[in-house]
Design a binder for this molecule. Structure first.
Ligand code: KG4
Ligand code: ZN
Length: 336
């Protein structure tokens, strides 16, 4: 069969990324230009600054990805672009660039849901992986347990009713005075900490998740300690929070996998969390579930995962877009 080469473009938040992927799994190039250093001084992503930097960078990032892969735009079989969810101005930069490139070359345009892209990161790391599998999805904007029925069909089984898991990591980091992006710093501190605060788990009785209460619980704990003039142990707070945020989420996903397809994948930025990865390995081994973790570089935002999903969509003739394609900031993962 002829190889299918897809260019992926991602600009939903503060990473300008482009990648060239062959047959949905072989990464020929993956370029990520992160704006972390720029947004650090504001303690979070400033949408307008993010958009301006995407405009400044996208040309070079796409060119670098094409050059590194040794292809020209005319060699491509598809151009896959993230059209949601994310920051509207940021998304529009990628969408507009992809539309222009598609129009100039005649290469088909494929619209990709960022969240579906995160799930597809697993096909890159694990060439043998095929659906169906259960996916624990945890990023800065989404938290869910999903049944991945096929390469393009999903059932959302459990979800957060308020904040996302990554968002809670970032807010707790801020409360502890840690730099942006917070998740990775909480992870580092937690490695040397103990679960002394014993915060309430983010899993609710019905198996869905709520991170807003947990986040408030941590903020109150830190304030109470400071009102009493007591020193907090940041390592212990980070560890206590991480366990409350992650343990129940992993249990829920692993139980779902154990009762069904016996395969569990992890996706999204929080998938890089060291406790999550270790605990998932331990619990899956106990329950007889095969665990698939994406490489760390494919947990956070990247364009290889977007190109991968573009390939699977194109193969099924789904989500081929025309030049009326617009950004969709509130796009969700839907049960299809
Ligand atoms: O998937 P992602 O890169 O972007 C979104 O689609 O949202 O996820 C970003 C989130 C942030 O909230 C960040 O703090 C969190 O992932 N994150 C982590 C770690 N690395 C990134 N959270 C916990 N532990 C980490 N090691
Ligand atoms: Zn993401």
């Amino acid at each position: 069969m002829k190889d299918v080469v897809i260019l992926g473009i991602e600009s939903s938040c503060d990473e300008t990324a482009a990648a060239v992927v062959r047959n949905g799994r072989q990464v020929l190039s993956s370029v990520v230009n992160s704006q972390i250093e720029i947004h650090k001084e504001y303690g979070g992503v400033v949408p307008e600054i993010a958009s301006r930097n995407h405009v400044r960078n996208i040309d070079c990032v796409v060119k670098a990805a094409l050059d590194e892969a040794g292809v020209t735009p005319f060699d491509l079989d598809g151009i896959a672009v993230t059209y949601g969810a994310g920051l509207v101005g940021a998304l529009l930069v990628g969408v507009s660039f992809a539309k222009s490139l598609s129009q100039a070359t005649g290469v088909p345009l494929i619209k990709v849901n960022h969240i579906e892209g995160h799930i597809c990161a697993n096909y890159i790391t694990h060439p043998e992986l095929e659906p169906p599998f259960v996916c624990l999805l945890a990023s800065g904007g989404h938290t869910a347990v999903v049944m991945v029925e096929s390469y393009t069909d999903y059932s959302v089984l459990k979800t957060t009713i308020d904040d996302a898991c990554g968002e809670a990591f970032d807010k707790v980091a801020r409360t502890l005075g840690l730099p942006y992006p917070g998740g990775v710093w909480v992870d580092k501190l937690a490695r040397e900490g103990k679960n002394t605060a014993d915060f309430k788990s983010a899993v609710m009785k019905d198996g869905n998740f709520s991170y807003s209460g947990l986040k408030t619980g941590v903020i109150n704990y830190v304030h109470n300690m400071s009102q009493k003039g007591l020193e907090i142990n940041k390592n212990d707070v980070a560890k206590s929070f991480t366990m409350a945020a992650v343990k129940g989420l992993v249990d829920e996903a692993a139980d779902t996998a154990a009762a069904s397809v016996k395969k569990l994948c992890v996706a999204g930025g929080v998938g890089a969390n060291s406790y999550l990865r270790e605990y998932a390995a331990e619990i899956c081994a106990k329950k007889g579930v095969a665990l698939f973790l994406p490489e760390l570089k494919y947990c956070g935002d990247n364009a290889a995962m977007i190109a991968a999903q573009g390939y699977f969509l194109m193969r099924e003739n789904k989500d081929i877009a025309d030049f009326s394609l617009n950004a969709c900031p509130t796009l969700t993962l839907k049960t299809k």
